[in-house]
Design a binder for this molecule. Structure first.
Ligand code: SF4
Length: 349
């Protein structure tokens, strides 16, 4: 709940996809990761984390992949480097190692502040649920801060009812869950083909802010983008307004400044891409992110009004907290489950 509450805050966190490799072959994998996927030298990521300072650093570093725990020593080094300057670290894993926790992975998890396990019908074809639970039981008994990332096909998916009830039973409502829907990206495209729909009439006048344009994302090759949309990360060239730099030569101070200072990103965070497309005379394209990627937005300098409006929109989203974010971007009937185990949890669950 605390992590999601930070989601609309620009530069509050950075995501690092430290490898595209994964030993699992989940059918819904959004990053299309494979055991033989590309992997770049760890120095690129360490160099970038080494530019954090106690006065200028993200609050949170989220390590993802592929499977980040294929590089446990790099995970540990990144977590320790981040911690030296006051950043906290979380790991998102597909749990390929379950039910055992090999020593190097144990040390990596120990170095991080939060550990999250992916769990869904597709992962369960690769790693049995009981094995995942066994690892989480061990970590919980050691006092680790934990969560589950769960995906399903939608609010009516019976799997979601079953697995969320099982997690609640197994862990006595002490472990939160972020439940979301499978998106038509990566290998999931083969199951749920993307059907780009035309933006509805008048979409250009509607404000629909994008909270995803807040946390910079370091991709597998060190390229840093303004959001985690997989098409933005994968396709070249990256639209100029969504490219922030490269971990091999830019520091956190530069990336944070570009994230905060870009007029296009501020407008996307304040009004969203549809309205921005209308304002630039292009009109909305096939859909929300598609329109954003096709924007040719001028980089306007900040004005007092644009900065004020961005703060207003951010504060409205902050008022919704972590559950508000989960309701908007996750699977709404399950959004309150992000509060499980939190001191301010929703006791009506
Ligand atoms: S609207 Fe733009 S910034 Fe937001 S997620 Fe989509 S592509 Fe990224």
């Amino acid at each position: 709940m605390d992590i999601l509450a930070l989601r609309p805050v620009p530069a509050a966190a950075v995501l690092m996809a430290i490898t595209r490799r994964c030993p699992l072959r989940c059918r819904h994998c959004s990053t299309d990761s494979l055991p033989t996927g590309p992997e770049h030298p760890g120095e690129v990521f360490l160099r970038f984390a080494g530019t954090f300072t106690p006065h200028d650093r993200p609050d949170l570093v989220m390590l993802t992949g592929g499977e980040p725990l294929l590089r446990p020593r790099l995970v540990r080094a990144l977590a320790e480097t981040a911690a030296r300057n006051g950043s906290r670290t979380m790991i998102l894993s597909g749990m390929f190692f379950a039910p055992r926790i090999p020593p190097a992975i144990e040390e990596a998890i120990e170095a991080a502040d939060h550990f999250s396990a992916s769990l869904d019908a597709f992962h369960e074809e690769e790693v049995p649920r009981e094995n995942v639970f066994a690892v989480m039981r061990t970590l919980l008994a050691r006092g680790k801060d934990l969560s589950f990332h769960i995906t399903g096909t939608g609010p009516d998916d019976p799997y979601l009812r079953d697995v969320t009830a099982a997690v609640r039973r197994e862990f006595g409502d002490r472990v939160p869950m972020l439940v979301s829907r499978v998106q038509p990206v990566g290998r999931a495209l083969a199951m749920t083909p993307a059907t780009p729909t035309a933006a509805p009439p008048g979409a250009e006048t509607r404000a629909l802010p994008c909270a995803m344009a807040a946390w910079p994302v370091v991709g597998f090759d060190g390229t840093i983008t303004a959001c985690c949309n997989q098409d933005v990360i994968d396709h070249r060239p990256i639209p100029a307004h969504l490219r922030l730099g490269h971990a091999g030569h830019d520091g956190w101070d530069v990336i944070r400044e570009r994230c905060l200072g870009s007029g296009a990103l501020r407008a996307i965070r304040t009004y969203g891409p549809l309205r921005l497309a209308g304002a630039t005379g292009r009109g909305a394209g096939k859909g929300y992110c598609e329109t954003c990627r096709e924007l040719d937005a001028p980089s306007l300098p900040p004005s007092p009004v644009s900065v004020f409006l961005e703060r207003q929109v951010r504060d409205m989203q902050l008022a919704g907290g972590g559950t508000g974010f989960a309701r908007r971007y996750g699977c709404p009937p399950y959004s309150e489950l992000v509060s499980l185990g939190h001191p301010r949890r929703n006791d009506g669950l």
